[in-house]
Design a protein around this ligand. Structure first.
Ligand code: NHF
Length: 475
């Protein structure tokens, strides 16, 4: 089985979010299952700066973009047994200091989609399936159908698109049309604009998303961001496969970025030592309060309005310490910096992103808060479990599918949760967690169950493998 995974970011080459973690770790597991899984990405500025020495040139060609013919270089490297190809174009990717948000994103990623299909012939690799990810690769099935089917090497290629976050759709004015180098079709359009994701949903052979609950949720108005009816039409070709995490990377036993390595057996000492380091770093008071952490993009979708509603009294009343890492909307950054300024001994805030600091938080805090408005899968709760940090989550999307809510009567469960998007309900869940934390015996049992969970990629990679076979054979 030959699979080409196409997307806009993958660790360690580029990252703005969870998509990068998936494309950086799923292919490795697919290769272990005996699949010839390769990945294609843009050669972003960051990739060029950090990994240029690893990349070797393969070939180059020109991609028609409206009146222009743009250079596309193909470079490659083998990383963790996976071949990664990079589409190189200085103008579209090499000089941009962010991955998205440029005035010509439609043109840039339209170019990327065309370049990927041209690359197959240039490198003589014809996959059974191109596995697309998010809007940035959503035009590929349409381009394949309209421009490449007459070439016999492309005739049997199938496509699957995975939706990691339906809120981002790649919507562009119809003025983009001439730059896509393909005839117009209604598949490309939604609400009077070009919509890359919608195009992928209606034209791919199969659609997946990253948890079963999210697969159900996006069929409804609240979660679908306009795509609900389009998705309903494809319901028989829609599935949810939950993400895994890479335990070679996220494992407190071997993580070199944390102060003190630990496993279940020396958990108490590990937590204590890593917490002490966090307190030092943020100059927090050394006290017995449990610490709640968040590592997140600072956007409304991640539930920050709920946190802003109720977190301060918990801090002021001496119940918790609080540590946050992330960047995003200015009003959220400002609010948490002001909170820190009001309670400098109890609150630590890191605005920006640091992989090292994120891991120190997973390892140092007692509870991890994820009150997301929606969460396609969520990776932080899975990492938290492994680091013996108890998730407190809103029961939506992948959070619902991966965290079992603690039952104080039976002692079962791996975290705390609440159903409605409501700050009172979130506070109730936090208070439940604090109550159980007060009973260290029960807390230790809870931590143990969390650390014992297996969310490695193995199971999900097998599910992808089954799906690849099904799609390849038209089952
Ligand atoms: O885990 C990777 C990630 C998800 O919930 C996450 C999200 C973006 O919002 O699939 O994609």
């Amino acid at each position: 089985m030959k699979i080409l995974l196409a997307g806009s970011e993958a660790t360690p080459f580029s990252k703005t979010g969870g998509l990068a973690d998936v494309l950086g770790s799923l292919p490795k597991e697919l290769v272990q299952l005996g699949i010839d899984a390769r990945v294609v990405l843009p050669k972003h500025m960051w990739t060029k700066e950090k990994f240029n020495d690893l990349l070797e040139p393969v070939c180059h060609f020109r991609v028609p973009v409206g009146p222009k013919k743009e250079y596309a270089g193909v470079e490659k490297t083998v990383y963790d047994n996976v071949t990664f190809y990079f589409i190189d174009n200085e103008y579209y990717f090499g000089y941009r200091n962010t991955l998205y948000g440029h005035y010509d994103d439609g043109e840039r990623y339209g170019f990327f989609n065309n370049a990927i299909l041209m690359m197959l012939e240039a490198i003589d690799f014809y996959p059974d399936i191109i596995h697309l990810n998010d809007w940035q690769t959503g035009l590929i099935p349409y381009l394949l159908e309209k421009k490449y089917r007459s070439n016999k090497n492309y005739q049997n290629i199938k496509t699957i698109i995975t939706i990691h976050n339906i809120a981002y759709q790649g919507r562009f004015s119809k003025e983009l049309m001439p730059y896509l180098d393909v005839e117009y079709g209604s598949e490309l359009e939604f609400d009077n604009v070009i919509n890359f994701l919608k195009c992928g949903i209606v034209t791919a052979d199969f659609v997946t998303t990253v948890s079963q609950t999210y697969a159900n949720e996006i069929l409804h108005d609240y979660f679908g961001y306009g795509m609900q009816n389009v998705l309903r039409l494809r319901q028989d070709r829609l599935a949810g496969i939950v993400n895994g995490i890479d335990y070679d990377v996220f494992n407190p036993q071997v993580d070199r970025k944390i102060e003190y390595n630990y496993s279940l057996y020396n958990y108490l000492k590990g937590k204590r030592t890593n917490k002490a380091e966090l307190r030092d770093y943020y100059s927090l008071e050394d006290n017995r309060r449990p610490m709640i952490g968040m590592v997140s993009r600072l956007t409304e979708a991640k539930g920050f309005d709920l946190v802003m509603d109720v977190i301060e009294p918990l801090i002021a009343d001496g119940e918790i310490q609080f540590v946050l890492l992330g960047s995003g909307d200015q009003y959220i950054e400002d609010w948490f910096q002001a909170l820190r300024d009001r309670h400098p001994d109890q609150v630590g805030v890191y605005i920006g992103y640091s992989d090292e600091m994120a891991r120190k938080i997973y390892a140092g805090v007692d509870m991890f808060l994820m009150p997301s408005r929606f969460e396609p899968c969520g990776l932080a709760q899975l990492i938290s479990l492994k680091y013996g940090t108890i998730p407190v989550v809103r029961k939506t999307g992948g959070l619902r599918d991966t965290i079992d809510i603690y039952n104080k009567y039976t002692g079962e469960g791996t975290g705390f949760g609440f159903e409605n998007y409501d700050s009172g309900d979130m506070l109730y869940a936090i208070n439940n967690a604090l109550e159980v934390y007060g009973d260290q015996k029960s807390w230790k049992e809870l931590v143990k169950r969390g650390m014992d969970q297996d969310f490695s990629w193995r199971t999900s990679a097998k599910q992808y493998n089954e799906l690849y076979t099904k799609v390849k054979e038209d089952l």
